[in-house]
Design a binder for this molecule. Structure first.
Ligand SMILES: [Zn+2]
Length: 307
């Protein structure tokens, strides 16, 4: 048992005294969004029995205490992606909160049918329960990002638990797909400087979004599409959720809508890895009287026999 276990239990007990005993949240049966879950206090989330028993989480906590991640404040800003390169006609579709037994496979089927790559920000405990689903995501060529182990509000928990949540999720993904994720998205977009610095210290790029249609509230398929369409532009990062039926229902039309606008779907990794698009600039006008150098085109023209 880690030495810090007592502190952990004290933290949870103290918080529980101040709050009503929370309902136990089972990620398998929840129908709402990650955001709804985020409204629980962090201590409540950490007090879940699973949190104390889960080997990934406990192991990560022990190691975080032994070697806290370095802070690299200067690197934080440039390590956060909100929008991709606007000079490329690229859009990233990102699914948070999975994998989910009722929807992930269906999402993957649609993406496969349309040959559309996506990025999945997975919750560690769900990945631990459904490793085959994140294996399928990886085999399908999609990117997998870290969305913490228990999907808690990171700005509301102590530093060592922030790092533990990120580290434990990363280790589940690495153990299943054989490669550690390098993308991180804070649940509910809830982060502060400390969260960002810890994520960067653990080797992640933090990824936010440009377009949030609020699909987690199930506003209706037409509303989801309309909201996304309003924000469609080169470099857009669209946030939707795994486990939401309406999102699944609109997915084929969403992909078609993106393509009708002349935009191409890419993963966040592709967005980050691509070199800056070459700028297409008109050549500078030459001063009067100066002849252009003999480039390939000039030579070809010169070689053409006179008519
Ligand atoms: Zn989430």
């Amino acid at each position: 048992m880690p030495q810090n276990r007592r502190d952990f239990l004290c933290l949870c007990s103290a918080a529980s005294l101040q709050l009503q005993p929370p309902p136990r949240i089972d990620p398998l049966t929840r129908t709402g969004s990650g955001r709804a879950r985020n409204r629980l206090s962090a201590a409540t989330a950490l007090a879940l029995e699973e949190a104390e028993q889960n080997p990934y989480w406990l192991d990560a906590l022990e190691r975080i205490d032994a070697t806290p991640p370095r802070r690299r404040s200067a690197a934080v800003h440039r390590s956060t992606l909100v929008r991709g390169d606007t000079s490329r006609p690229w859009v990233a579709l990102t699914f948070d909160d999975g994998p989910h037994p009722n929807s992930t496979r269906q999402i993957l089927d649609v993406l496969h049918d349309f040959q559309a790559p996506a990025t999945f920000f997975v919750v560690g405990e769900m990945a631990h329960r459904y490793p085959e689903l994140i294996r399928e995501q990886s085999r399908g060529g999609h990117s997998i990002g870290n969305h913490t182990y228990h999907h808690v509000s990171l700005s509301k928990i102590p530093r060592r638990y922030i790092a533990t949540e990120i580290k434990a999720c990363g280790e589940v993904v690495a153990s299943v797909v054989g490669r550690a994720p390098r993308l991180f998205r804070p649940p509910g977009g809830d982060y502060d400087t400390e969260v960002a610095e810890l994520a960067v210290g653990l080797g992640y790029r933090m990824v936010l979004w440009t377009s949030d249609p609020g699909d987690y509230r199930s506003p209706g398929p037409a509303v989801i599409l309309k909201r996304i369409e309003a924000g469609l532009s080169p470099g857009a990062v669209i946030l939707v959720h795994d486990g939401i039926q309406q999102t699944l229902d609109v997915l084929p039309e969403l992909i078609l809508m993106i393509r009708r606008r002349g935009l191409q779907l890419v993963t966040i990794d592709q967005m980050l890895e691509a070199p800056p698009a070459p700028s297409v600039r008109a050549p500078e006008p030459l001063p009067s009287g100066v002849r252009p150098p003999l480039g390939r085109e000039s030579l070809r023209l010169q070689a053409r026999p006179p008519r």
